[in-house]
Ligand binder design. Structure first.
Ligand code: GCU
Length: 864
């Protein structure tokens, strides 16, 4: 797939982050004196800007409804930032109207500052991050006050005002009071010191390179702007795996520079730590958390961190999990480890986010009672009440691992005396790696709104993690973000997920449609048709992806021991990783009931357990997560499981094709650069959805032996297989797993052959007409193979030759890299010779799966 690089020529909002300005300029900026000049001279440090995301501030078609003069009462760093952001935003939204100098103004201040200014003024008492924006209109002046419970709250208020204005909302009579629902609103970066990113799909780290903190931290400042604009207040910088190096003195100095860059936006940094650090980098011969020398090592290290970073937020811990060391090596519990860190962090107001993602990845798949889903509850529930008050247990939203659908983790209802946070992924590891459009807010909302019925009372997850249900001070949401140097998340529409994460951590009662609507207005356009279409695409994207990758609670049927991207159904079975779905000739699904299964269902409160214990009451979309049923099992609408598997995959792939048409309908309405960036991504997705569809339907057809009532699965009447063609140079290969190629086989152009290219030829012998010809090939890394389609020796159109220049996982022909190219509107008559010539390049053998002759449609679509 082609990733468009950020546009270095864009002139919008090219003001450097506040932290990178010299203090003198900062202060002038905060007074509004040099802002216009700075904006106009295009003073740029970074090509990666927040304007690539939602902070675009497109000029509005109507005049602004608020004054343009911004007057902060205080001088604090964050209040200055708020003033700068407002001026920048207002200037841009107004289309460059010079800032007003009259009496009308937006006044900024904390409650204390306003009291000092006018002791008689009646003012509300506001919480730390709470703001009030109110409009006043006198005879002569118009004023808007942004009052904060702290200077950070003023910044949140400033962004809230801008967010509303950018959506075209009339703010002349604004009266808006908001405070975040949760105290922990963090993003987790899984960045490694060498600059790579675990499960990141948008290029390299903006923080680290080659073992160091990067010199150029301008993108970090821009990222902090994005985070602050949606109320995110913490950023954990490094991978949860292999974290020891981040506590070395040299690294900590660099981390202090990152903290300084993010500080003007109220974003505090934190680090993932390796529990074995006292031994790995501290020279001790143990890391037993209860050993006095280990405790003292942590205290000294934490004091060192705070001497460099006084507002350091705390630690995230992955221990005893997937090969990471942990307290279990010494017979200690997670509470022992967490409390040792917590004690040393407490004097500095730091917190420990201890991850509940602890499980045995060498489980015995032959044991019908073994169940990875049970692990978090089995380990952490008995420790409830044993954690220090500054420890927060961070639990993934579902009991397995960020699958396309899972039930809510029962642990949320199982810790009533412990602070909790919900961890979710913004980076789309199992949900299409940003190559597929998958807006995740609807999935997160289902979890947030799910009522755990803990103690028989109403306890929705959002209230548990907000601290309300069990009266905890701390709690919140943590999003694994995966942002990188390629336009943050690579795909422009994927940024809706980062935006939605922040908005939900601020207010989990917002609906996913509302969030999609406001994101689209700020990012793409206020044009009603654009808003309608993009919102609809976003809202349909998760159900579509679920339909073609793993419906009915099967989880994502991907390559779980490899890339986590394309289909590889059996990779989940017969190994210790525990993502089993136990498909066999007769049926499919994991029995997790109490009566006959693993007993996982019993970890829920009785009311919820009652729902899941029986296959007849379990909702269809989780049926196979909780139960093993025959393929002929009837769902609630009386359709059989096997027919649903066929239908949902065909529906999902059709939906993905529909996204292309919907996006195409926006061509004249949206920024051409954005349009052209997104179109090939959606076309690619439509092709890859077919790869998924065919892999899973072929697989279950073969396993169950039950045909698709609609005759589609395993029958591809318009398809001409490469292995059946007249081949010159190409050799037939078996693809592994077999379901990743049509008919299980493909052809490879042998690198050692004398000829520089290979070809596959078919004689067309059906009706004459015009067609789209889809060519399914494997686009391997390490080379750029080239392909040409000819009809009777002539390429029928310019799009008949193309390069395999995408970047996909896996270095052999596999569904990960199976890609579709469509040559449109080709005239064919019986007897015509259709030929595909593939020219391999280095490690890319120009492998070919099949061609498909489809009815001619518009230039952009044709994926059916
Ligand atoms: C997933 C992911 C790993 C990650 C792990 C975690 O399994 O694939 O890369 O380390 O989650 O959350 O710790």
């Amino acid at each position: 797939m082609r990733n468009s690089p950020p546009n270095p020529h864009s002139t919008q909002n090219r003001v450097p982050p506040v932290s990178l300005l010299r203090p003198g300029i900062r202060s002038l900026l905060s007074k509004g004196l040099v802002f216009v000049a700075v904006l106009q001279c295009g003073f740029t440090i970074s090509a990666q800007t927040a304007s690539q995301a939602w902070l675009k501030y497109h000029p509005l078609s109507k005049p602004l409804t608020v004054p343009m003069r911004v007057s902060p009462l205080g001088q604090s760093l964050l209040e200055q930032t708020a003033a700068i952001e407002l001026r920048r935003g207002l200037l841009s939204l107004s289309g460059g109207t010079p800032l007003e100098s009259g009496p009308n103004m937006i006044e900024l201040g904390t409650v204390q500052e306003l009291r000092k200014q006018d002791p008689k003024q009646a003012l509300p008492s506001l919480e730390q991050d709470e703001f009030l924006i109110s409009a006043h209109r006198g005879d002569l002046i118009r004023e808007i006050d942004i009052i904060g419970g702290s200077d950070r709250a003023i910044l949140y208020g400033a962004f809230a005002l801008l967010r509303n204005l950018a959506q075209g909302n009339d703010m002349s009579k604004v009266n808006l009071r908001e405070r975040p629902a949760m105290s922990i609103r963090w993003v987790d970066e899984w960045d490694n010191a060498d600059g790579s990113i675990e499960r990141g799909y948008a290029g390299r780290s903006i923080f680290f390179d080659d073992g160091h903190v990067r010199e150029d931290l301008a993108p970090v400042g821009e990222y902090a702007r994005l985070l602050a604009s949606i109320g995110i207040d913490g950023c954990n910088l490094n991978n949860v795996n292999n974290a020891a190096v981040f506590l070395t003195p040299q690294m900590l100095e660099g981390i202090a520079r990152i903290a300084e860059t993010m500080r003007p936006y109220g974003v505090r940094v934190s680090l993932s730590v390796d529990i074995a650090s006292p031994q790995k980098i501290g020279g001790l011969n143990t890391f037993d958390p209860l050993d006095p020398a280990v405790k003292s090592w942590w205290t000294t290290k934490i004091n060192e961190i705070y001497s460099l970073i006084p507002d350091f937020a705390g630690f995230t811990v992955k221990a005893d999990s997937e090969g990471q060391p942990g307290p279990a090596s010494f017979g200690r519990t997670p509470a022992d480890a967490a409390n040792t860190l917590a004690a040393a962090l407490a004097p500095h107001n730091g917190v420990v986010l201890y991850r509940a993602f602890v499980y045995n990845h060498h489980a015995d798949w032959r044991d019908p009672k073994a169940d990875r889903a049970r692990a978090a509850y089995d380990i952490f529930h008995p420790l409830d009440g044993k954690f220090a008050s500054n420890v927060i247990i961070q639990t993934k939203e579902g009991p397995i691992d960020f699958q396309v659908r899972e039930p809510v983790s029962p642990l949320f209802g199982g810790l009533t005396q412990t602070s909790q946070a919900m961890e979710l992924q913004i980076t789309q590891e199992y949900t299409g790696q940003q190559r597929h459009l998958v807006y995740l807010a609807p999935m997160w909302k289902q979890v947030l709104d799910f009522d755990m019925r803990a103690g028989g009372a109403s306890t929705p997850v959002k209230q548990i993690i907000s601290g309300k249900s069990f009266n905890r001070k701390l709690g919140g949401m943590v999003g694994v973000s995966g942002i990188g140097q390629q336009a943050w998340l690579s795909s422009p529409l994927a940024l809706a997920n980062l935006y939605a994460f922040g908005r939900l951590a601020w207010n989990p009662d917002l609906t996913s449609e509302q969030i999609a609507d406001e994101w689209t207005r700020q990012t793409i356009s206020n044009d009603p048709a654009a808003v309608r279409t993009v919102t609809k695409m976003l809202m349909q994207s998760w159900p579509a992806y679920e339909n073609y990758t793993g419906p009915l609670g099967l989880q994502t049927l991907t390559d779980i021991t490899g890339s986590h991207y394309g289909p590889n159904i059996e990779s989940s079975e017969n190994n210790g990783w525990g993502q089993w779905h136990r498909a066999d000739h007769d049926g499919v699904g994991m029995d997790r009931s109490v009566a006959t299964g693993t007993g996982f269902v019993g970890q829920y409160s009785p009311e919820v357990a009652k729902l899941y214990e029986s296959a007849t009451t379990t909702p269809d979309d989780l049926l196979l997560f909780f139960h093993h049923v025959p393929y002929t099992w009837k769902l609630h609408d009386r359709k059989t499981v096997i027919q649903y598997l066929y239908d949902s995959h065909y529906d999902g792939a059709a939906q993905a094709a529909q996204f292309v048409d919907e996006w195409t309908s926006l061509k004249a309405r949206i920024d051409p650069e954005l349009y052209n960036d997104m179109l090939p991504r959606l076309q690619y997705q439509a092709g890859h959805a077919i790869v998924w569809r065919d892999a899973i339907t072929q697989y279950f057809l073969k396993l169950s032996g039950i045909p698709d009532a609609q005759g589609r699965a395993g029958h591809y009447p318009n398809r001409l297989e490469a292995e059946d063609a007249h081949l010159t140079g190409y050799k037939v290969i078996d693809v592994n797993p077999w379901e990743d190629a049509s008919g299980g086989r493909a052809v490879n152009c042998d690198q050692n052959a004398k000829q520089p290219s290979c070809s596959a030829e078919w004689t067309y012998n059906a009706k004459a007409g015009r067609f789209n010809i889809a060519v399914q090939y494997f686009d391997l890394q390490g080379g750029t193979a080239r392909f040409v389609l000819t009809i009777n020796g002539q390429p029928p159109s310019p799009d008949a030759s193309w390069s395999a220049d995408g970047m996909f996982p896996t270095t052999r022909p596999h569904a990960d890299n199976s890609t579709r190219h469509i040559v449109h509107n080709v005239a064919l008559k019986p007897g015509d010779i259709v030929r595909v010539e593939g020219t391999p390049d280095r490690q890319d053998p120009a492998a070919l799966d099949y061609i498909e002759i489809l009815p001619a449609t518009s230039e952009n679509s044709g994926h059916s």
